[in-house]
Design a protein around this ligand. Structure first.
Ligand code: 8ID
Ligand code: ZN
Ligand code: ZN
Length: 351
């Protein structure tokens, strides 16, 4: 096995607002309950862009190495680590660690842990060659699974799989996926299809339309062209009553205020996207008399991760991704800001 170097390449946010700076930084040593993972590929999530821009009411560490969809090989571990071996393939998720002892951790709601550590936000993440995570929280990746394609599963895949479960939608029912052409959206369509759900994809532009139809959507509503989005989404269901569930993944506020108007009576709206300074809105009358359920969903617990990776390992989840070197992360952020990415970008670490 190659020896672990003293320094490594990383993309570093030095001040809130960015940009990212491609530079050499020290390689850290894992603590007693931690592992060091030699990252091979990392997906680029819109959350990484929110973190750099300082979009949310929760400060990041600074300087910050972003990234939380990191797939690689375990190269070192602390003395207390028994669940992972050196040489195993493993993934760094958004949830880098949690206390494992609070009420939420005890009830397998680790993302709600008041002392959760977040990769690429409160601790350094996967846009570096060697990343650290708590052994209890890293995702094991089977060795026959390609590390580039599986990387986006570590946040986007887990999150949309959990969100679909939280929606309560049953096989044969219809789910509207808002932001279907993005990273989470492309994977949401594949998980929804594998779970026996019917899909209405909502996003903008012809490239995303073609991708959504290929991923399994029965209908595509273009929010940039539709004159009456509420009508068009409802009309895409066979009885015109609207989708049983809505999965909100867009990075803009308006869809969070439209969903209550087109969801089916008794339907569930799951908010997952996190546009800056945005509010959910729904008419009280319609929400009451149509018995609408509105909820949030935040990544997933460790078992959700195991299940999401298992769907992928069984060949059920195939979403498009493009690979660029880590040095080009800034260009990926530019395309993401402009809404020009159909699917996901994955950065490849230098050898
Ligand atoms: O645990 C969580 N809740 C969680 C986990 C991971 C990511 C939440 N997120 C959040 C991210 O922080 C981000 O706010 O989910 C959001 C989506 O992340 P992403 O999929 O990585 O972003 P993207 O690839 O840029 O896709 C966003 C899509 O939304 C479309 C865009 O065209 C793009 O394809 N979109 C927008 I902006 N406005 C829309 C609209 N009005 C829209 N689609 C439909 N209608
Ligand atoms: Zn993410
Ligand atoms: Zn806890």
């Amino acid at each position: 096995m190659a020896s672990i170097p003293e320094t490594q390449w990383a993309q570093v946010v030095e001040k809130s607002g960015g940009p990212v700076v491609y530079k050499q930084i020290p390689v850290k040593k894992p603590g007693p309950d931690e592992v060091l993972i030699n990252i091979k590929y990392s997906g680029v999530c819109h959350t990484d862009l929110h973190a750099m821009k300082g979009d949310w009411p929760l400060p990041t560490k600074l300087p910050l190495v972003g990234g939380h969809e990191g797939a690689g090989v375990v190269v070192a571990k602390g003395d207390l680590v028994t669940e992972v071996e050196i040489g195993d393939h493993a993934g760094v998720k958004w949830l880098n660690g949690s206390c494992l002892a609070c009420e939420f951790c005890q009830k397998s709601d680790e993302p709600l842990c008041p002392n959760a550590q977040l990769s690429g936000y409160t601790v350094d993440g996967s846009f570096q060659q060697y990343a650290i995570a708590k052994a209890a929280h890293v995702s094991k990746i089977p060795k026959n699974v390609p590390l580039d394609a599986v990387a986006p599963i570590l946040c986007a895949g887990i999150t949309v799989y959990k969100g679909l479960k939280e929606s309560g939608a049953r096989p044969g029912q219809t789910v509207a996926i808002v932001g279907a052409g993005g990273g989470l959206g492309s994977l949401a369509q594949q998980y929804a299809k594998a779970m026996g759900l019917r899909i209405i994809a909502i996003d903008g532009g012809e490239e995303k339309k073609a991708m959504c139809e290929q991923l399994g959507a029965e209908a595509y509503v273009d929010f940039t062209k539709s004159q009456d989005l509420v009508h068009d989404v409802q009309a895409a269901t066979s009885d015109g009553l609207g989708p049983h569930a809505v999965i909100l993944l867009a990075v803009s506020e308006l869809p969070f205020q439209q969903a209550a108007s087109y969801v089916r009576p008794r339907g569930t709206i799951v908010a997952i996207g996190l546009p800056a300074n945005a509010f959910l809105k729904a008419p009280v009358f319609g929400t009451v008399v149509r018995m609408i359920n509105i909820k949030g969903s935040y990544v997933g617990n460790r078992q959700d991760g195991v299940e999401a990776i298992d769907f992928f390992a069984r060949g059920l989840i195939k979403a498009p991704f493009k690979t660029v070197p880590l040095s080009e992360l800034g260009k990926v952020y530019e395309l993401m800001e402009q809404g020009k990415i159909a699917g996901r970008y994955v950065v490849k670490m230098p050898e």
